[in-house]
Design a protein around this ligand. Structure first.
Ligand code: C2E
Ligand code: MG
Ligand code: MG
Ligand code: MG
Length: 291
C-alpha cells in the first residue's frame, strides 16, 4: 500500500496492472452508485504562497471510500469515469461539494480560493459554466474564488466545444489553472489565447529538480514563459526543502505538495489555514520543522 498518496491506503488496484475487462465492468458499476451511496469525499490540499507561506487556495481531490476495496485512487477511477460517461454525475457532485465547502470557509472568515479539477468530458459540456455559476451563487461564493484546473492536454484539444467553454469561463471571471504543465506541447501563441491565470508545473519536473539539469531548465522555461504571459506559476508535488529552495530561487509564485501538507479534510484545512493567517510569528516552514 502507498501511505503517501494522501487520504489513506490505496490497496487494491495497482495502476501498472492491467485491469481485467470483467473487473473493470464491476468497478464501473460500483462507481455508478458511489455518489448516491455516500462513498465520495473531497480532500483538500493547500496551495502556498512562496513568499508569505500563507494558504492562497485549496485543491479539491476526490476520494472514493469503497465499502470492501478500501480507497480506490482517482488515477484509476477518474479515467474509468471518463471512458464510461460517468463524469456527468461525478463532475457536478465535486462542484457542488467544493462550492459548499468554500461557502463554509468564507463564513468562517477564510478568504482562500477553491480549485476543482475539470475533466475533458466536462469541458465539452455546453452548460458547464452556467451550472457552476448557479452552484456558486447558491453558496454565496464569488466566481473569482473558483479555480478550474484543466490539464494542458485537455486545454490544447482546441475543439469548438472547449473553445466555447474557455470563452465562457473568461466572461464568468473564473480563475483558470493549466494543470500538469510541461507534459503537453503548448506554445506561447496557443497559451496566449487561453483565459488562464496560472500554470502549474507538473510533478515529474519538480521531483527531478535536485538531480536533473534538464528538469531544472524545463521548470525555468515554464516560469519564464509564465512571466512573459503575465501568469502566476505554481509547482505541484513539492516534497523537499531542496526542491522548494530551487523553485523560489527561480521565481515560482506558489507551491503545493507533501512538504507543506498532504490532502486533508475540509475541517483540517480550515484549522491549518486559520493558523497560517493568524500569524503568531511563526511560518509554515517553522511550524513544520519545529519538532
Ligand atoms: P492532479 O490534479 O495533478 O493532483 C495532484 C495529485 O498529486 C493528487 O493525487 C495529490 O494527492 C498528489 N500529490 C500532491 N502533492 C504531492 C507530493 O508532494 N508528492 C506526490 N507524490 N504526490 C502529490 P490524487 O489525489 O491521487 O489525484 C490524482 C489525479 O486524479 C489528479 O491529479 C487529477 O488529475 C485526478 N482527480 C482527482 N480528483 C479529481 C476530480 O474531482 N475531478 C477530476 N476530473 N479529476 C480528479
Ligand atoms: Mg489538479
Ligand atoms: Mg496537477
Ligand atoms: Mg499531476
Amino acid at each position: 500500500s502507498m501511505k503517501n498518496s494522501g487520504g489513506g491506503d490505496y490497496c487494491v488496484y495497482d495502476p501498472k496492472m492491467a485491469v481485467q475487462a470483467r473487473d473493470e465492468a464491476v468497478l464501473v458499476n460500483e462507481l455508478r452508485q458511489a455518489a448516491q451511496a455516500g462513498q465520495f469525499e473531497l480532500y483538500f490540499q493547500p496551495k502556498i504562497d512562496a513568499q508569505s507561506l500563507e494558504v492562497t487556495a485549496a485543491e479539491a481531490l476526490l476520494r472514493w471510500h469503497h465499502p470492501t476495496r478500501g480507497f480506490v485512487s482517482p488515477t484509476i477511477f477518474i479515467p474509468l469515469a471518463e471512458k464510461y460517461g460517468l463524469m456527468g454525475t461525478i463532475g457536478p457532485w465535486v462542484i457542488e461539494e467544493a462550492s459548499r465547502t468554500a461557502g463554509v470557509w468564507l463564513k468562517s472568515g477564510l478568504r482562500m480560493r477553491v480549485a476543482v479539477n475539470i475533466s475533458g468530458y466536462q469541458m465539452r459540456q455546453d452548460d458547464l459554466v452556467e451550472s457552476i455559476q448557479a452552484v456558486l451563487e447558491r453558496h454565496g461564493v464569488q466566481p473569482q474564488r473558483f479555480t478550474c484546473e484543466i490539464t494542458e492536454t485537455v486545454a490544447m484539444e482546441d475543439t469548438q466545444a472547449t473553445k466555447l467553454t474557455f470563452e465562457k469561463m473568461r466572461r464568468a471571471g473564473f480563475h483558470v489553472s493549466i494543470d500538469d504543465f510541461g507534459t503537453g506541447y503548448s506554445s506561447l501563441g496557443s497559451l496566449r489565447k487561453l483565459p488562464a491565470a496560472e500554470l502549474k508545473i507538473d510533478r515529474a519536473f519538480v521531483s527531478d529538480l535536485e538531480e536533473s539539469e534538464e528538469a531544472r531548465s524545463i521548470a525555468k522555461s515554464i516560469i519564464d514563459m509564465a512571466r512573459a504571459l503575465n501568469l502566476k506559476v505554481i509547482a505541484e508535488g513539492v516534497e523537499t526543502v531542496g526542491q522548494s529552495d530551487i523553485l523560489v530561487e527561480m521565481g515560482c509564485d506558489e507551491m503545493q505538495g507533501f512538504l507543506f501538507s498532504m490532502p486533508i479534510t475540509a475541517g483540517e484545512l480550515q484549522n491549518l489555514a486559520m493558523l497560517r493567517h493568524s500569524d503568531d510569528g511563526g511560518n509554515f516552514r517553522n511550524s513544520l520543522f519545529a519538532t
